[in-house]
Each structure stands twice: as C-alpha cells, then as structure tokens.
Unconditional design. Structure first.
Length: 406
C-alpha cells in the first residue's frame, strides 16, 4: 500500500469575498492543495508558503504532558460554554499557551478544522496526545450535537484520572527515593570514608572484629569496581523498565505481582477499579454503546490483568451476557462494585452508579496512600538506621575494643 504524503503547515495570505485582506495557517500536502481549499472557502490566495520549522525541536518547547491536554480540554470546554466559536476558541487557547509545543499542536488542529476536517479527524492525527477514548468521545459529541457537554465531561474525567495517577505515583515514589538515597550514601561511605579507617586500623597489630573486616572488604571492592557497581545498578533499572515496556510476559508478571504485594497491592487494585468505573461512566454518559466502550475502558485501567479481564468482558457482553455477571466472573471486582452495577442496570442509571463507585474508590486510594506513607515512614527510618548505624558501629568496634583493653 502506498504511503500517504505527509501534511505540512503552510502560512497563507489572501483576500476574502469583500476584498478584505486575510491571513492564517493551514495544514496541507502541498501549496497547490492549500490554494484549492482556500478558493473553496471563498478566499483568493495571494501568498502561500511552507511554515519554516524551528532549528531545535518545537521552538524549544517542553514535552506535552497529560496535564497540558487536561488543561486544554477544560479551557476549550469553558470557551465553548461562553459562546466562543470552535475555531476562535482554538486560536485564543493556542496563542495564550506558554509551551510552544502545545501552541503548535493546538494551532495545527485549528488549521485542520479550518480546512474542513471534523474535530475528531483533526484529533486522530495526533495519537500521541489524544488517545482512542478521547477521540471516540469527541466523535460522539459531534454526531449528537453535544460537543460542549462532552468536552466538560472529558475535562472532568482527565482531571480525576490525573489526580488518581499522582496519588499512586506518590505511593511508589517515596520508598524508591529513599532506597536511591540510601544507595548513594552507602556508596560514598564505602568509597571515601571507610578507606580512611582502614588505613588507621593497619597499625593496630591485632585481628579486626568480623563486622569491621567485612565492611573493609566491601569497601575495597567498591573502590576497585565502583564504576561497575554504579553502571550495573543504573543498567539494571533501565533494563527492567525497557523489559517491562517491550515484554508482555514481564508486564503481566509485574502487574499481577503488584496486585498481590502487601499494602501496595491494595492501592494498585483500588486504583485500577477506580479508573475502570470512571472511564466506563464517562463513556456511558456520552452515549457510547457498552461493547464499543469496553476497549477504551480496558486501556484506561493501567494494569494488564484488568485489561485482559475487561477485554474478556467485552466478548461476553457482545454475546448477550449482562455487565454485572461478566464482572462477577472475572473475580477481580468486589461484591459491592458488582451489586452497584447490578442496581444501575436494573434502574437504567448505570452511569450514575459507576460515578459513585469511582468516587468511593478514588477516596479509598487517597486513604490507602496516606496509610501506606504513615506505615512506610517508621519502616524506612528503621532500615536507614540499621544500614548506616551498622556501618558506623562496624568502624568504631576496633576503637572500643582497644579502649577496653587499655
């Protein structure tokens, strides 16, 4: 299959039907095609040239983050609620953004919409920033004529999802940061501090305590092979992260293990259930059919175990099985969640029930993270005390032994 030509951004100037001079930007595969589109829009093109690309990336702009997309969604929804036309809303939001990369993204979408494309088609050209869930909801909003309401729901959904991710990351970051700091401190002690004691102990003329000798041997190893130890530790972390990205088997093992981990597993499980409920609620509220919604819900769960279970639920539902029965068969959802969904199915208010489930589990994640932090603090202090204290005691044992002999 032949590859389609890549669209470039063009800057154009021309005159409208009244003879007024106008200018703007438009995405297109060639200047001839841009001129043709302008003529169809009633603009007589005078100048059309390819927009020059910045020397260094996207104008020195920062990477576009999910938070940027969340803020953009809320701003666009607010603009449309205020009666601002869609294209003008893109212009206002895009020109006012501090990140040049985000400016380019928004103004590129605006140019596509101006060229006659639907907002959904324009967003689908940016898959790294706008996933299938986002595009599917926008498409449903455009088709039903409720784009403004859908954008508000999307913004709310993304705000809650990002807040949930931040809480879970905080729970994981704290112990990881402490382990890294402990490794750095121990490395410094082994390479720079213990060798000073080792030189001092050479003149003692007596056997050193076992703990002290072990620490000196470890220090000698660190001094000789520090580059291998540090490089190996960094390489192991990088390799593990890359392996998790590229290997489904490793990802499945780690995700399943994380759900069974003591204390942390509870946070991960509740987070996955909260994302499942919040995403399905948003899709339902937008009028997306249940079977179509399940693929987006599976991708939003953030855990491969829940992803596979949700895709199996999709297959079950497509053959006529009720959502509540399919959820119960997975064995992943607590009875309370299944019962809430059952009530929603019977009353025809499943989106409202899913919203309540999501609210409940988001609060549960918040409480679990607080409990985990309060539990980890004394454990981490004890860990650091044993490691650092053991090194200090080991170095001073010969001095205490000599003092006792005197």
């Amino acid at each position: 299959m032949a590859k389609s030509a890549k669209a470039d951004m063009f800057v154009w100037e021309g005159t409208d039907k009244s003879g007024k001079r106008v200018k703007g930007e438009m995405s297109g595969q060639s200047d001839a095609l841009v001129k043709a589109v302008l003529r169809r829009q009633g603009v007589k093109p005078l100048k059309v040239r390819k927009k020059p690309k910045p020397l260094f990336g996207s104008g020195g702009g920062k990477k576009i983050t999910p938070k940027d997309i969340t803020v953009f969604s809320r701003q666009l929804a607010t603009m449309m609620s205020s009666g601002v036309p869609l294209v003008q809303a893109f212009e206002i939001v895009g020109r006012g953004h501090e990140n040049p990369s985000m400016q380019d993204l928004i103004l590129g979408i605006k140019a596509d919409v101006e060229a006659g494309n639907s907002l959904t088609d324009a967003l689908r050209k940016k898959p790294l920033q706008f996933n299938d869930l986002y595009c599917n909801l926008v498409e449903a909003g455009e088709q039903a004529g409720i784009l403004e309401a859908i954008l508000h729901k999307l913004a709310t959904y993304m705000e809650k999802t990002e807040a949930l991710k931040s809480k879970i990351k905080a729970a994981l970051f704290y112990p990881a940061a402490v382990v890294v700091v402990a490794f750095i401190v121990v490395t410094i002690l082994m390479i720079f501090v213990i060798p000073q004691f080792s030189d001092l102990f050479k003149n003692f003329g007596a056997d050193l305590p076992a703990l002290t000798q072990m620490l000196i041997d470890m220090s000698n190893f660190f001094v000789k092979w520090w580059w291998l130890i540090i490089g190996g530790a960094g390489g192991a972390v990088y390799g593990a992260l890359e392996l998790k990205k590229r290997s489904i088997a490793v990802q499945h093992f780690l995700d399943r293990a994380s759900l069974k981990a003591p204390v942390l597993g509870e946070v991960m499980e509740k987070g996955a259930i909260a994302r499942f409920a919040r995403t399905l609620e948003t899709m339902f509220a937008a009028g997306t059919p249940l079977v179509e919604a399940m693929s987006s819900v599976a991708g939003a769960c953030g855990n491969i175990v829940f992803y596979e279970a949700t895709m199996k639920m999709k297959d079950d539902i497509s053959t006529g099985t009720q959502l509540q029965s399919s959820m119960r068969d997975t064995g992943l959802f607590p009875n309370m969640v299944v019962q809430m969904v059952a009530i929603g199915e019977e009353s025809g208010a499943i989106d409202a029930m899913l919203g309540k489930v999501a609210d409940w589990y988001e609060q549960e994640v918040d409480d679990a993270v607080d409990a985990l932090t309060s539990l980890l603090e004394p454990a981490i202090m004890a860990f650091l005390g044993v490691v650092i204290g053991g090194i200090v005691i080991g170095m001073y044992l010969p001095i205490f032994k000599m003092g006792a002999a005197v």
